[in-house]
Design a protein around this ligand. Structure first.
Ligand code: PEP
Length: 263
């Protein structure tokens, strides 16, 4: 089980699903479900990452009903403001009280050609605006074959942290690309091996204290039925969940991983 000093973090990446009305209904239902289950939720922090167009609605609901739920955006512009059609600035996200922003998700790295340099620039922008970056790293099946499991995620995280100074509040998500949306999750042992290597990268770049405090998540076909195995590993502090975060009961059951950890 991960260190007691790190609060477990269960994050739901909705990707391009749920409009602002659907997100309101979802967040209400999720908050009720988690509240009912609070006694065995293990006090995990739960966060949702809706599309940009939902964020204002989610903010209004979370603030009005004082929901015990964090939220963030799925991306941020590397630029501050100006002639960048379609981009969303860190300042805009902060103005909506976003706590987090996902950076460098593999879908953005592959479909939007986000390089390690762009990921590093976005990480710096997030930090500048007081948003906690959830930095995603992970190898493809070809990378795995050619370089083994840790080489690519280690290089990606090293690049993302270059130039940053401790103390720093960041979250890192190890998401093997071959496991995302495939139904084929990594084993807990595979996840632990890479997450331990990523913690060593943080220690080298930002020092041991930041490394010890940073939550490192596993992502890739996480479900209620396999979360417990990951959460038993000492360097896995939570999960970044895609598909299963779109089902309230399944996602709440993932957040209640403590219920299954002993089984
Ligand atoms: C993701 O997109 O970050 C992800 C982990 O997706 P899934 O849980 O569906 O594999």
């Amino acid at each position: 089980m991960a260190s007691m000093t790190r609060v477990p973090f269960i994050a739901g990446n909705w990707k391009m699903n749920l409009d602002h009305l659907q997100s309101i209904a979802f967040v209400q239902k999720l908050a009720w479900t988690l509240k009912d289950a609070r006694h065995d939720s293990g006090d995990a922090e739960v966060a949702v990452f809706p599309p940009f167009t939902d964020l204002r609605s989610v903010q209004t609901l979370v603030a009005a009903d004082k929901l015990d739920l964090a939220y963030g955006a799925q991306d941020v512009s590397q630029f501050e403001s100006g002639a960048y059609t379609g981009e969303i600035s860190g300042a805009f996200l902060k103005a909506l009280d976003c706590a987090y922003v996902i950076i460098g998700h593999s879908e953005r790295r592959t479909m939007h050609a986000e390089s390690d340099e762009i990921v590093a620039a976005k990480t710096a922008v997030a930090i500048k605006h007081g948003l906690v970056p959830v930095i995603c790293v992970g190898e493809t099946a070809e990378d795995l074959e050619a370089h083994g499991p840790s080489a690519v995620p280690v290089a990606q995280l090293t690049a993302a942290l270059a130039g940053l100074k401790a103390p720093l509040d960041i979250v890192v998500a190890y998401e093997p690309v071959w496991a995302i949306g495939s139904g084929l999750a990594a084993t807990p042992e595979q996840a632990e091996q890479v997450c331990a290597a990523l913690r060593a990268v943080i220690a080298k770049a930002l020092g041991k204290d930041t490394a010890d405090a940073t939550r490192i998540l596993y992502g890739g076909s996480v479900k209620a039925s396999n979360i417990a195995g990951f959460m038993r590993e000492p360097n896995v502090d939570g999960a970044l969940v895609g598909g299963a975060s779109l089902d309230v009961k399944e996602f709440a059951d993932i957040a209640r991983f403590n219920k299954h950890v002993g089984t």
